[in-house]
Design a protein around this ligand. Structure first.
Ligand code: GLN
Length: 486
């Protein structure tokens, strides 16, 4: 199901919003005990909202663009009156008194909240296994991970439990799970979308974006969520174009750069490499010009990220002290003991690891050697991209080095886990928009993701290239069957 199909069915009066939303609630009750994409399902609220849309339809009122659209929201986005946990014991009982800007814009556009989706605790992870409320499984093969940290949102879209979902991407958390689950995932330019009400992980990297089944739907969602917000001073005050307007524009003459550093990675699976290169050739077939590009600092992204992101996280997570909000330990004689105990009980081990790395990197004796050095390398990575975009319009890489891995495969090896974001992190460090979309399947029938990166605020071009490729390649036409793929 796509947004345009949904809208057409509703307008023609073939089905009511209640019937359509009901179908998704039914689907969730059928499959989510196995997939576990959702932490909370808000059926009652969804049906009430659907009734409201039906009334408006009956009275002949013009409907907003996403009227009745059932969406799922990553559980690190605040939803007023609806529990928001970040998949952490720390926020187990947190019910936000306010709504995030992105969700507020979705509701204003008529979308309907189906529920909150699972994630790695505080969005730290690449497999959705560090959730304090249990892991999500990959809808293609339940013995595998859906990717992370927005694994719940990706799995919910892939298994047909919703039409679209929101996630957040700090180092790849939209694109990598989109790649593992065979759906489209878009990370907008840093500052294109408001972060107000997104529970902060690493504030200079975090960005909200959509998961959808097709590129046109990603454009539709971006149209609604993008744009200035006075409550987020890092949100850019530049006009929002109609992201659907250029999708059909032919690619003739468009220059697509293949980042050479990405294709001779040691850990790059051969099936991923060949599928992504085949996609590049297909783009050439529809008018694009392929150019080899070098970004010498690309592979330094991961080391840079794992200094900057934990540093920012250690600062952002200092607010969970058992006093202002979140879990509070009953034990402890002194205030300091109570805080320490609350944090030890409330945070899982990956979150604690990041806080330790971050506070270490920011400590007086080390801040120059680690944090400032990482910021300098970040600038060099950004410069590589600036140079690349003098020669090409869009860059192309695989989204992840492999397809979805087995659950537990990297649970005891954080470094191996961190490497799954090798190809997505540089776009976050440079603040660039990037999209992942399916480009094929490996021998096991698991989806492979293609990543496209464009220059700052050039989402229109990114979506145009992705859309043209999607239409030409028809990857999902030859989709093998998955365990929970409708
Ligand atoms: N996997 C990366 C990490 O663990 C990225 C997470 C994200 O983008 N939120 O930090």
């Amino acid at each position: 199901m796509t947004i345009s199909k949904w809208r057409a069915e509703l307008k023609r009066g073939e089905v009511s919003a209640r019937e359509l939303v009901g179908k998704y609630i039914e689907r969730i009750s059928q499959v989510d005990s196995s997939v576990h994409a959702f932490l909370d399902v808000t059926s009652e609220r969804a049906l009430l909202e659907a009734d409201r849309i039906d009334k408006r339809l009956a009275s002949g009122e013009p409907l907003p663009p996403l009227a009745g659209l059932p969406v799922a929201i990553k559980d690190n986005l605040c939803t007023k009156g609806v529990r928001t946990t970040c998949s952490s014991r720390m926020l187990d009982n947190f019910v936000p008194p306010y709504e995030s800007t992105v969700t507020e814009r979705l509701w204003e556009a008529g979308a309907v909240l189906l529920g909150k989706t699972n994630l790695d605790e505080f969005a730290m992870g690449s497999s959705t296994e560090t959730s304090a409320f249990g892991a999500t499984s990959n809808p293609w093969d339940s013995s595998r991970v859906p990717g992370g940290s927005s694994g719940g949102s990706a799995a919910a879209v892939a298994s047909g439990e919703c039409i679209a979902a929101l996630g957040s991407d700090t180092g790849g958390s939209i694109r990598q799970p989109a790649s593992f689950c065979g759906v489209v995932g878009l990370k907008p330019t840093y500052g294109r979308v408001s972060r107000w009400g997104l529970i902060a992980f690493a504030s200079s990297l975090d960005q909200v974006g959509p998961f959808t089944t097709c590129v046109a739907d990603a454009a539709e969602i971006l149209n609604v969520i993008a744009g200035a917000d006075h409550r987020d001073s890092t949100c850019l005050n530049v006009p929002v174009p109609d992201y659907c307007a250029d999708l059909l524009k032919p690619l003739k003459g468009l220059r697509v750069g293949l980042i050479s550093e990405c294709f001779d990675q040691e850990g790059l699976a051969s099936s991923v490499k060949s599928s992504v290169l085949a996609a590049a050739n297909q783009l050439e077939g529809i008018g694009a010009q392929l150019i080899d590009i070098s970004c010498p600092r690309f592979n330094d992204g991961i080391a840079t990220y794992y200094v900057i992101a934990p540093s920012e996280a250690s600062s952002n997570l200092a607010r969970y002290d058992g006093v202002k909000y979140g879990h509070r330990s009953e034990g402890g004689e002194t205030l300091a003991e109570m805080m320490a105990k609350s944090r030890a009980e409330g945070f899982g081990s990956e979150v604690q690891r990041r806080i330790l790395i971050g506070t270490y990197a920011l400590s007086a004796g080390y801040v120059d050697a680690y944090y400032k050095k990482a910021q300098q390398v970040r600038t060099l990575i950004r410069r590589d991209f600036d140079n690349a975009f003098k020669k090409v319009d869009v860059l192309l890489t695989p989204t992840a080095p492999t397809t979805a891995f087995q659950s537990g495969a990297h649970s005891n090896n954080p470094l191996a886990m961190y490497l799954s974001d090798l190809l997505t992190i540089p776009a976050n460090l440079a603040g660039l928009p990037a999209i992942s979309l399916p480009c094929g399947f490996d021998k096991a029938g698991l989806p492979i993701g293609l990543q496209l990166i464009s220059n700052v605020l050039d989402e229109s071009r990114l979506l145009q290239v992705a859309y043209q490729y999607e239409q030409a390649a028809e990857v999902m036409k030859n989709c093998p069957s998955g365990e929970f793929i409708p």
